[in-house]
Design a binder for this molecule. Structure first.
Ligand code: NDP
Length: 495
């Protein structure tokens, strides 16, 4: 099958001296050079300078200046139009962005195009549509009138200021756009800190934004070590809010650093998402559902299911058909058009998953399929099927963030529901059945920020997304984001 040919624009981009994008300009900075590794080969494809305290100050100052000046002086309509122009530019550069993303993350080229870039464009357009639609309220004021004077009160939503967005490696464009677009349409400006594994894509997007006319300082990208730059960004006096997507331990550190300074933080953290299949589903329906819920992008989606609850009487047959389907998936270079299993995103992640599978064996779980890396360069790991015998198994409690499905049989739906809720996480879940009455009732009882019925992992910009319990707080999308990126001001007048 066809191997995608690298675009000349991508080859030229990789050769550049990369660092940051600050105040409308690409700025390499002078920090240590960090290699960018292609996870499909283990080879270096580019180098990026690490940021330092001076770069943080420069990015925050540029963002603050734009917030107080050019961005706030622009009409809401003009801001929305710029966001639409950026969406158009991203669409025109779709292949280029998709190739850079695949090189950094190992995502198959089809997913980089269709999920990463196209979804980012769709979300950007959705948020652009909110321009001019962020409203306050008016209210009666009940103070006494002595000489016929009257009163009126109203509220207005004000942008918070400079938003620091900290981005993980699994969707380096889409998640950055979620945060950036929400902030910009509310009138905030942004400093984005991509993961050190995927530092290139947002540099390119920021350049496209400058090319379509975003004022300097509106969108800044700062690369480097998160442990060093994260605290500096959050503690900076110009940081008005932090929005973070990533792991639970880092998210807690981010939340603590922000709350110590009374700064608001939106935290989108990990999960151990469950999928409950009721016995009325056929074996093939269950297998289709499991493939959709657990194995897209090698399971490196925060909302992917990792805990599967199957009716005991169908468990063995479902797993046997599932293994047959997984074994037919094509393991290949993510640049092959028909690749279905590419590498994991980085070496550290592969090592973490291998350790978790070793622990599963110690727990007495049965690895029925996969569980190891195939013989080839890069950080590949086969889709894995694990039959667990206890809800206390490590694999039922800790996130792998990989293609590792853990399957627990149940005899009693009520007990399965209790087990699903007996988790420190609460990001996402799904219920699969033809019995809609049960589906709705169970969706009400499952403790998660989003529950899908007969589907899994689909996000829509109109429907709020975010977790409960250890999976975070705050909501993105829908109208919910407005609360997170603006503050309410009350105005009272006498006339
Ligand atoms: P990490 O938490 O390791 O990193 C996320 C980001 O935080 C990176 O940019 C990282 O920089 C930065 N960072 C690291 N240390 C600090 C710090 N002390 N202060 C501030 N920022 C810091 O997550 P991963 O990138 O490994 O992403 C995978 C995790 O993200 C999974 O657990 C997954 O569940 C979760 N996730 C959640 C989603 C959701 O919406 N709920 C969506 C996608 C992923 P650096 O790379 O330099 O370390």
């Amino acid at each position: 099958m066809t191997q995608v040919k690298q675009l000349a624009a991508v080859s030229a981009f990789l050769q550049r001296d990369h660092g940051h994008f600050i105040n409308g300009l690409s700025q390499p900075g002078g920090g240590a050079l960090r290699p960018v590794i292609d996870p499909a080969t283990g080879n270096e494809v580019a180098r990026v300078h690490d940021g330092c305290a001076e770069d943080v100050s420069a990015a925050m100052a540029a963002a603050q200046q734009a917030f107080l000046g050019s961005w706030s002086e622009m009409s809401t309509l003009a801001r929305g139009n710029l966001m639409l122009k950026l969406a158009d530019a991203m669409e025109q550069h779709r292949e280029e962005l998709a190739q850079i993303e695949t090189l950094c993350s190992g995502k198959t080229i089809a997913l980089s195009r269709g999920l990463e870039v196209d979804q980012a464009v769709a979300f950007l357009r959705y948020f652009a549509g909110w321009a001019g639609k962020i409203y306050g309220e008016t209210t009666e004021i009940s103070l006494p009138s002595f000489n016929g004077e009257k009163y009126r009160g109203f509220t207005q939503r004000e942008p918070l200021g400079v938003v620091v967005g900290i981005i993980p490696w699994n969707f380096s464009i889409m998640i950055a756009i979620w945060k950036m677009a929400a902030a910009l349409v509310c009138g905030c400006t942004v400093v984005l800190k991509p993961s050190e594994f995927t530092p290139l894509t947002m540099l390119r997007v920021a350049q496209l934004a400058a090319d379509v006319g975003f004022p300097p300082g509106t969108i800044n990208v700062l690369n480097g070590n998160g442990g060093l730059l994260g605290p500096l960004l959050i503690e900076h006096p110009f940081c008005a809010k932090v929005t973070f997507t990533g792991s639970v331990p880092t998210g807690r550190a981010v939340g603590n650093a922000a709350s110590a300074l009374a700064k608001p933080a939106t935290l989108e953290l990990g999960g151990k998402n469950a999928a409950l299949f009721l016995a009325d589903m056929s074996v093939s329906e269950m297998v289709d559902g499991i493939m959709e819920a657990g194995y897209v992008n090698q399971g490196q989606i925060c909302a992917s299911a990792e805990r599967f609850y199957l009716p005991a009487e169908k468990m063995d047959e479902v797993l046997s058909v599932l293994i047959q389907r997984l074994s037919q998936l094509k393991v290949a270079s993510p640049f092959e058009e028909d690749c279905q299993v590419g590498p994991l995103a980085n070496k550290a992640h592969l090592e973490k998953i291998l350790k978790m599978v070793a622990r599963a064996k110690e727990d007495g779980d049965e690895i029925l399929y996969g569980g190891y890396s195939p013989e080839r360069p890069g950080y590949y790991f086969l889709p894995t099927v694990v039959k667990v015998h206890s809800e206390n198994s490590t694999l039922m409690r800790e996130e792998t963030f990989g293609p590792v499905g853990s399957f627990l049989a149940y005899d009693d739906e009520e007990k399965a529901l209790q087990q699903i809720n007996n988790s420190p996480f609460g990001l996402a879940a799904s219920v699969w059945t033809h019995n809609f009455n049960k589906a709705i009732r169970y969706s009400e009882r499952i403790q998660a920020g989003i529950v899908w019925i007969n589907m899994h992992t689909f996000l829509d910009p109109a429907l709020p997304f975010g977790g409960i319990k250890s999976s975070g707080n705050g909501r993105e999308f829908g109208s919910a984001f407005i609360n997170d990126y603006t503050r309410l001001k009350s105005v009272m007048m006498r006339y």
